[in-house]
Structure formats: structure tokens, C-alpha cells
Design a protein around this ligand. Structure first.
Ligand SMILES: Cc1cc2nc3c(=O)[nH]c(=O)nc-3n(C[C@H](O)[C@H](O)[C@H](O)COP(=O)(O)OP(=O)(O)OC[C@H]3O[C@@H](n4cnc5c(N)ncnc54)[C@H](O)[C@@H]3O)c2cc1C
Length: 474
């Protein structure tokens, strides 16, 4: 006999744990299943984000940034240190401690909210039953009035660069190198490739990023991509565009990477290869025959704008459905679905999901780029402000980058905000907030911002839309 729940959630990543906790807060009897095993060999909640994604990558980005700044920035402040060294074991240990704190934190939150965790692989059966193959070898069946699929995503593996977890790795391996590789190649100049490439570059690796596309970061605003590319080059990140990898071979503890670009076929020999070509929905084995839930050609669970699968009581959220593969998008979908189940309104506006790349400089945006607006023939105007003219940024020794506000030519409504530079992962939320409230550039320009702060760049950029920025010549 299946155990009965109001809500059964498959997956405890950002989307799943938000759904479970919100459902429990709303008085619904909730279970959450997760198959993951942590580095310590024990079941771990929190999904990709907490175990092998957002949080550990930011921990290493922060450690490596300290090391880089010590060598490259501290001198300007008159601070000198001799013989800076990095102990990779301590750095990885710090990262692991942070991961444990947060994955353990989800277990505590589940307990406090009376959510029943199940540790094992869940498969949806017809009739909203989830069969769980638990790690101890036993099987249980859970019946949910509602089932929320939050199975997340896995790294895409290339047929000619299979992960061996030593020489050829995905994010999991690259977050756990035991020493700094002398030469690291990365396939893919996307978010993960740039962030993890930056970590090991700052620690002393020679990093070459091979990107098949001819343009650098085409999803970002073209001026932002250009500024970031220039800075990455200065840092010594060797980003090769239009470089299509066709073969890899591990020989005598080295990886031989064959790729072709406009000049023909080339081989790069490195000590480690990180494959970061994107992620795919983790839908393998998730659905038994006859559930009625559909997968699209990319293996994503098909849902409508309210994350409903079309099958009574079955919902899906996060990386395993359409939309940006970002933790905070999953957070919002998880909450929205729990609220819809409880009879409350719930909706996620995918148009105002912010994007952030946590490199140096940071890159962030919300809404449309100029390229998109041109393609859609939407009339617009822009205003921007450089950090080089901002007192706080210059005082911090961080003059690189700018904030750009894009507003509708006629209505002045903000259509996008694009940022590159120091602290922009935080500043972008002014754009998100303004767009959520259908704000105009003039609204933002008339809001008092504290001085001296980085957020003044947003203020001046918004003023600059109407050519009335005070701190630059308009
Ligand atoms: C290196 C890296 C850095 C990243 N950095 C950021 C960042 O800075 N900001 C950001 O927004 N996003 C970042 N992401 C993306 C982010 O991690 C994902 O968007 C987010 O984790 C998706 O959440 P989710 O809940 O949909 O899925 P996941 O986090 O993937 O969680 C899904 C969970 O479901 C479990 N599961 C899957 N199938 C089953 C099953 N059948 N039965 C039981 N359990 C199952 C899995 O074990 C997993 O624990 C990063 C990703 C990587 C790899």
C-alpha cells in the first residue's frame, strides 16, 4: 500500500526544496525524494546547486580571487606580501565545509517543516504514484495528490570526450582538482567554462577555452561581451572562438585535444580537460510507461506557463523544464507551483529572470539586449555609465565596466539592463525590480541612491537615458 501525501517532490535541488518547503508551510503533507550521494558517501540534499554547482563554484571563485588580488591588486594599495602560496587541499576543504553546511541545512529545514525525505531514485508511475528505489535496496511507493518533478539536469557528455573523472572532467571533477593543473583546456565558453576556467587560471594554470561559436557570449549584450573578453584576455585566459573539437585522447597522463578553426586542424596538449558544453534535463528513467507526462526532443518535461504537465496533479519545475537553467528560476517555479496547489495565485515571469556570470569582471543582465530589440524591430534608447567615472568603484581599484539601461523609445519603460564590472551580480536587481513594476528609466533616475556606492552607476545610467547624467558628458 502506497504511503499517501498531498505533495510528493522528486528532487531536492533549488526547485524541489523550495517547492517542498513552501508546500509544507501551506499545511500540505509533503515528501521529497533525492537520489544524490555526497562526497562523503552519504545521501545529500540540495541538488546540483548546493553540491556541485552554484555554491561550491562561488566558494572556489572567492578563494582564487583572494589569491589573484593578493598578487595583482594589493600592491596598488601599498600592501605587499612575499611568496604567496596556495594550498589547494585547504581551499577544497573550505569549499567542502560550505557545501556540507548548506546541504545539511536543507535536511534541518525539512525536519523543521515536517517534510519526509526519501533517499533513492524516484520513478513516476501512472496514477501519481512514485516508486522509490532506496539506497538501502528497499522499495517504497508514495501516492501524491500532487507530484512535483524537480529532477534537475546533468552535464552533457561529448561522445569524443568521455568523462574519466581524472583527465577529462565535468564541473564535478573541476571543483575537486587536488592540485593546480599546469595546462587546463575547457570546451565551452559559457557560464560554467568561464567561471571554472577563471578559478584555475587565477591559481596559476594556463587555461585555454575552446568555443565552437564564432562570437563570444552571444547571449549577452554585445558591448558587455566585448568588455569582458578584453579583460579575460588581459588576465591571460586564452579564449579561442570558432574552435570545434572533434577528438580527444589521453596519452601518457596528457590530454590531446584535436580541434579545427578557420586555419585548419590543430592539437592542443593539456594536463586536464574540462567539458562545459551545457546541461541536459535529468529525465532518464524518471517516467514509467503510461504516466501521460511528455518529454520534448531535448528530454525536458513538457509544461505549460504554470509548470503543469497536463496530467492531473503532475507538475514540473527547474532545470528539467524549459527556460533558463538557473537556480533562482527554479526557486520561483517551486514556490509558484506549491502556491498554485494550495489554491493561491502563482506565476513566474521568465522575462525578468536575471543572469549572472561570477567572473572578474562580473557580468549580469536582465531583459532584452540591443541585438534582440533590433531583431524584433522594437524602438529603444539607451543610457550607460562607466565604473571608471564612479567614485566608489575607482576608490576600490575597480574601474572596469559599465551599467547600461535600455528603455522603450516612446514609453521609456525599461526593457533591459546590462552590466559588467564590480558587484554587478547585486546591482542587476535594480533592473529586475524596475522591470517587475513596469518602471521607466525616468522612475529609476528619480530614486535617491546613496553616495558613494556602486549603485550610483545604475542611477547615472538611468539618468543618461534622457541625456541628463550628471557625472559624464551626455
Ligand atoms: C558549476 C555550476 C555552477 C552553477 N552556478 C550557478 C549560479 O551561480 N547561479 C545559478 O543560478 N545557477 C547556477 N548553476 C545552475 C544551477 O545549479 C541549476 O540551475 C540548479 O541547480 C537547478 O535546480 P533544480 O532543482 O532544477 O535541479 P538540480 O539542482 O539539478 O537538482 C535536482 C535533484 O534531483 C535529484 N534527482 C534527479 N532525478 C531524480 C530521481 N528520478 N529520483 C530522485 N532524485 C532525483 C538529483 O539527485 C538532484 O539532487 C550552476 C551549475 C553548475 C553545474
Amino acid at each position: 500500500m502506497a504511503e499517501q501525501f498531498d505533495v510528493v517532490v522528486i528532487g531536492s535541488g533549488p526547485a524541489g526544496y523550495h517547492a517542498a518547503i513552501r508546500a509544507a508551510q501551506l499545511g500540505l503533507k509533503t515528501a521529497c525524494i533525492d537520489a544524490a550521494i555526497g562526497k562523503d558517501g552519504k545521501p545529500a540534499l540540495g541538488g546540483t546547486c548546493l553540491r556541485v554547482g552554484c555554491i561550491p563554484s562561488k566558494a572556489l571563485l572567492d578563494s582564487s580571487r583572494q589569491f589573484w588580488n593578493l598578487q595583482h591588486l594589493f600592491g596598488d594599495h601599498g600592501i605587499t606580501t612575499k611568496d604567496a602560496k596556495i594550498d589547494v587541499g585547504t581551499m577544497i576543504g573550505r569549499k567542502d565545509k560550505i557545501v556540507k553546511q548548506f546541504t545539511g541545512g536543507i535536511a534541518l529545514l525539512f525536519k523543521a517543516n515536517k517534510i519526509t525525505p526519501y533517499y533513492g531514485f524516484g520513478q513516476l508511475q501512472p496514477g501519481n504514484i512514485v516508486k522509490v528505489k532506496q539506497h538501502d535496496g528497499t522499495e517504497v511507493e508514495l501516492k501524491g495528490i500532487n507530484v512535483i518533478i524537480a529532477a534537475g539536469s546533468d552535464s552533457i557528455e561529448l561522445p569524443f570526450a568521455k568523462f574519466d573523472n581524472e583527465y577529462i572532467v565535468d564541473n564535478v571533477g573541476a571543483l575537486d582538482f587536488t592540485s593546480v593543473p599546469k595546462r587546463l583546456a575547457v570546451i565551452g565558453a559559457g557560464v560554467i567554462g568561464l567561471e571554472l576556467g577563471s578559478v584555475w587560471k587565477r591559481l596559476g594554470a594556463e587555461v585555454t577555452i575552446l568555443e565552437a561559436l564564432p562570437d563570444f557570449l552571444p547571449a549577452a549584450d554585445a558591448e558587455v561581451s566585448k568588455t569582458a573578453a578584453k579583460e579575460f584576455k588581459k588576465q591571460g585566459l586564452d579564449i579561442r572562438l570558432g574552435a570545434k573539437v572533434s577528438k580527444t585522447e589521453v596519452k601518457k597522463k596528457e590530454v590531446h585535444v584535436t580541434y579545427s578553426d578557420a586555419e585548419g586542424e590543430k592539437t592542443l596538449v593539456v594536463d586536464r580537460l574540462l567539458v562545459a558544453v551545457g546541461r541536459k534535463a535529468a529525465s532518464k528513467g524518471l517516467l514509467a510507461e503510461g504516466t501521460g507526462v511528455k518529454l520534448n526532443e531535448r528530454g525536458q518535461v513538457e509544461v505549460d506557463e504554470h509548470c503543469h504537465t497536463g496530467v492531473d496533479g503532475v507538475w514540473a519545475v527547474g532545470d528539467c523544464v524549459r527556460g533558463p537553467m538557473l537556480a533562482h528560476k527554479g526557486f520561483e517555479e517551486g514556490i509558484a507551483v506549491a502556491e498554485l496547489i494550495a489554491g493561491l495565485p502563482g506565476h513566474v515571469n521568465l522575462d525578468t529572470v536575471p543572469w549572472v556570470i561570477y567572473t572578474e569582471p562580473e557580468i549580469a543582465w536582465v531583459g532584452k539586449t540591443e541585438q534582440q530589440l533590433k531583431a524584433e524591430s522594437i524602438p529603444y534608447k539607451t543610457g550607460s555609465f562607466p565604473f571608471a567615472a564612479l567614485g566608489r568603484a575607482v576608490a576600490m581599484g575597480e574601474p572596469v565596466g559599465f551599467v547600461k539601461v535600455i528603455a522603450h523609445e516612446e514609453t521609456d519603460r525599461i526593457l533591459g539592463m546590462h552590466l559588467v564590472g564590480v558587484g554587478v551580480s547585486e546591482l542587476v536587481h535594480e533592473g529586475v525590480l524596475a522591470m517587475e513594476f513596469s518602471g521607466s528609466a525616468d522612475d529609476l533616475a528619480r530614486i535617491c541612491h546613496a553616495h558613494p556606492t556602486l549603485s550610483e552607476a545604475v542611477h547615472d545610467a538611468a539618468m543618461s537615458v534622457a541625456k541628463r547624467s550628471i557625472h559624464k558628458v551626455n
